[in-house]
Design a protein around this ligand. Structure first.
Ligand code: FAD
Ligand code: FES
Length: 330
């Protein structure tokens, strides 16, 4: 169940010049109090209000109608200029599943108004953390938030990685760059999985100690060879997967004739490369897609992608899709 709440920044940890870890307090989360827009009546909130996003989203309703209520109890939450989500009231903990994301932004921010999507890196003990690459206004604003400042969070959102797996079934995970944020929880849930982590160079290798604390089955590749194996991560992954598939079934506990499961997050070119590489193999490939998002809850259709079943929204129907369902432009 998704929630819309205001949380406090615990700390902001720079990892290098472009990346930082944002740690927020979800234990003391309050409902979002005000969208911070001139004219907003503000939302008289009750603790524990959650946005049952996507289910009661009302596209096309003009923003700044903070006093409008859908059921006489729950206040609406403005998630984009023309989108108001009418939340259901649910008091529940913040417990994202691997691959889910949140829309976050500084509380009361007018510029940039829209919250931005970020994968939940980790959570627990009343805290959640996000790995963020600074690339524009919103990410810079988040980077500059001091401890104690409030941020608005809507989430967890979307469908994450949920391959149905037997206990002993092999799983391969591949991440490119900041895509590692999207698969960290997955590795935590499946510590025996093989993680393939592709980076540009040694300086771009993020969170390695945290990953090593979960698993010693990590293969790093880098574009320039300054860390791990020189080359692209999908080629390295393909080598291991092919080797695995070619082993006699008895040497692959849990393998046999079952499709190998791969979960992948990274730049679009990497995901398209994976889809093309594994298309003819006995592989179930799940990819986490990225599109620019406005509402994050399936209401504005701004993040629609083509699938074999028609257009689907990345924020609500994804971000994780079976690669076979996506129409790729190779
Ligand atoms: C489901 C999902 C999960 C994400 N998880 C993370 C995460 O864990 N860590 C992280 O650092 N980033 C993540 N992103 C990307 C992040 O949302 C964008 O980097 C952020 O919105 C940029 O905001 P900005 O205002 O700083 O930059 P903007 O000024 O909005 O954009 C700066 C540049 O980045 C490009 N850009 C912006 N958003 C996207 C996008 N969604 N896909 C591709 N290019 C984009 C723009 O075209 C532009 O060139 C995720 C995106 C999605 C859709
Ligand atoms: S961002 Fe609005 S539908 Fe996905």
């Amino acid at each position: 169940m998704s929630r819309a709440f205001t949380a406090q920044v615990i700390r902001n940890v720079p990892l290098d010049t472009h990346h930082f870890l944002l740690e927020v307090d979800t234990g003391e989360a309050r409902p979002i109090a005000d969208a911070g827009v001139a004219g907003s009546a503000g939302f008289a909130e009750r603790a524990g209000i959650t946005a049952n996003t996507g289910i009661t989203a009302n596209a096309g309703i003009t923003a700044n109608t903070g006093s409008r209520r859908n059921d006489g109890v729950a206040p609406d939450v403005v998630v984009a200029p023309d989108v108001v989500v009418a939340p259901d009231v649910v008091v529940e903990g913040f417990s994202p599943s691997p691959g889910q994301f949140c829309m976050i932004g500084p509380s009361g921010a007018v510029e940039p108004f829209l919250k931005r999507p970020f994968s939940v890196l980790d959570y627990g003990d009343g805290k959640a953390s996000f790995l963020i690459r600074v690339c524009g206004k919103a990410t810079l604003a988040l980077k500059n938030l001091p401890a104690g400042r409030s941020i608005d969070v809507i989430g967890p959102l979307g469908r994450g990685f949920s391959p149905e797996m037997e206990e002993d079934e092999p799983l391969f995970i591949a991440a490119g760059g900041v895509g590692i944020a999207c698969v960290y929880l997955l590795l935590k849930k499946h510590p025996r999985a093989a993680l393939f982590y592709g980076v540009r160079d040694k300086r771009s290798l993020l969170l390695y100690d945290m990953l090593r604390a979960l698993s010693d089955n990590i293969r790093v590749t880098s574009d320039d060879g300054s860390v791990g194996v020189k080359g692209d991560v999908i080629s390295a992954l393909a080598g291991s997967v092919t080797e695995f598939l070619n082993k006699p079934a008895r040497k692959n506990p849990g393998g046999g004739d079952r499709a190998v499961k791969i979960c992948c997050c990274g730049p679009h070119a990497m995901l398209a490369g994976a889809a093309s590489t594994f298309a003819s193999l006995n592989v179930e490939l799940y990819v986490s897609l990225e599109e620019r998002m406005a509402c994050g809850v399936g209401a504005c259709l701004g993040c629609a992608v083509r699938t074999n079943a028609g257009y689907r929204t990345v924020c609500k129907d994804g971000p994780v899709f079976n690669a076979k369902d996506v129409v790729w432009n190779f």
